[in-house]
Design a protein around this ligand. Structure first.
Ligand SMILES: Nc1ncnc2c1ncn2[C@@H]1O[C@H](COP(=O)(O)OP(=O)(O)O)[C@@H](O)[C@H]1O
Ligand SMILES: [Mg+2]
Length: 328
């Protein structure tokens, strides 16, 4: 009887712990965890995280006895540090045929932060700037005191939400290496676009550096256009947006593809910047014309509806494409 009661209590505790963890992961974003834990980590901990990351190319969960191999650490030291890394949320454990470990989102974030600190790009983290559809963005400082925005790509967030709705506390566990790979690809894609667009004079944040799924760019002041229900001169704002779509199209050969009042920031100077280029295409894409039209439609319809402007889609399209040599 005593034994049974103990087992019941044990089960309840495990349940309670799971609920606590799920709640913790919901209120603490992975980046929050990584930013908080990073200063307390020792080089040995980072070696262990790197070893797990490396071997996750081969294993979903890296066997405990393999973790020490690529490190310079003795197995006992690794065995001693693994539970701590798990406790702070950087790795997760699976028990089964063997005990294995894999990185959590916060674990990946920590490795990217470490690389950016070592590359002299990041020194201190500030507050979250925005949680978007597929990214968490933080403000941070470089060692020379420049304020930057740090974007952690989170592809698959939408499907996590669905999984979470169905299964409760599964969010963190649904993050697979494949989602991480997709996030890394998106980061590379966005970084490349920003480099070209910035160089061609399109109004975008200046890209500084990227590592894994994390992109560092200049910090923008202002708010998404969506939040500005009143504009002193809406026509000027729309014209500036169209001019930048045109420059991106003609000079950089890039189409945004997800353009909306959420991805346009209006700065205090009343000038705009266009953000979130991860899903852009080049003008050679088979659906380039449709995608360009859709971008323009999103913007022009918004100004028609919200600011009663008379600009028509055809006019916008003609302006953006004027004097453009069509690419086959
Ligand atoms: N360079 C930046 N400076 C300041 N805030 C930014 C910057 N980039 C993004 N943000 C903020 O983060 C939010 C999400 O970023 P975004 O690139 O649009 O990603 P998502 O794909 O998640 O929508 C933005 O809506 C904006 O509030
Ligand atoms: Mg966005």
């Amino acid at each position: 009887m005593k034994m049974r009661v103990r087992i019941e209590i044990g089960r309840d505790c495990t349940k309670a712990l799971k609920w606590f963890l799920s709640y913790y992961y919901l209120i603490m974003s992975a980046a929050d965890i990584a930013v908080g834990v990073y200063p307390k980590l020792e080089p040995e901990d980072l070696q262990i995280l790197e070893s797990i990351e490396l071997q996750m190319k081969r294993y979903e969960y890296v066997p405990e006895y393999n973790v020490y191999e690529p490190t310079s650490l003795p197995p006992q030291e690794v065995a001693y540090r693994l539970p701590n890394l798990r406790k702070v949320g950087l790795i997760r454990r699976r028990r089964g045929a063997y005990t294995g470990y894999s990185l959590t989102k916060a674990g990946y974030d920590t490795l990217a932060i470490n690389a950016l600190v070592k590359a002299n790009i990041l020194e201190a983290f500030g507050k979250p700037l925005g949680v978007g559809k597929e990214a968490d963005v933080y403000d941070a400082l470089t060692p020379t005191g420049t304020q930057v925005a740090v974007k952690f790509h989170r592809l698959g967030r939408t499907s996590f939400k669905q999984t979470k709705r169905k299964r409760g506390y599964i969010t963190e566990y649904a993050y697979t290496p494949d989602w991480h790979r997709q996030s890394r690809i998106a980061t590379k894609k966005e970084y490349r676009a920003l480099e070209i667009l910035y160089q061609k004079g399109v109004a975008v944040p200046k890209p500084f550096k990227r590592n894994r799924h994390v992109l560092v760019m200049s910090m923008i002041e202002g708010e998404e256009l969506y939040h500005h229900s009143e504009l002193p001169n809406p026509q000027e704002v729309l014209d500036e947006i169209l001019n930048n779509i045109r420059k991106a199209y003609r000079n950089a050969h890039i189409i945004h593809v997800d353009l909306s009042p959420y991805n346009i920031i209006l700065q205090p100077s009343q000038h705009i910047l266009i953000i979130d280029w991860a899903q852009h295409v080049t003008i050679k894409h088979p659906n380039a014309q449709q995608l360009l039209k859709r971008d323009l439609q999103n913007v022009i319809r918004y100004f028609q509806r919200k600011h009663s402007l008379g600009t028509k889609l055809e006019e916008g399209l003609a302006y953006v494409k004027k004097d453009t040599i069509e690419q086959k």
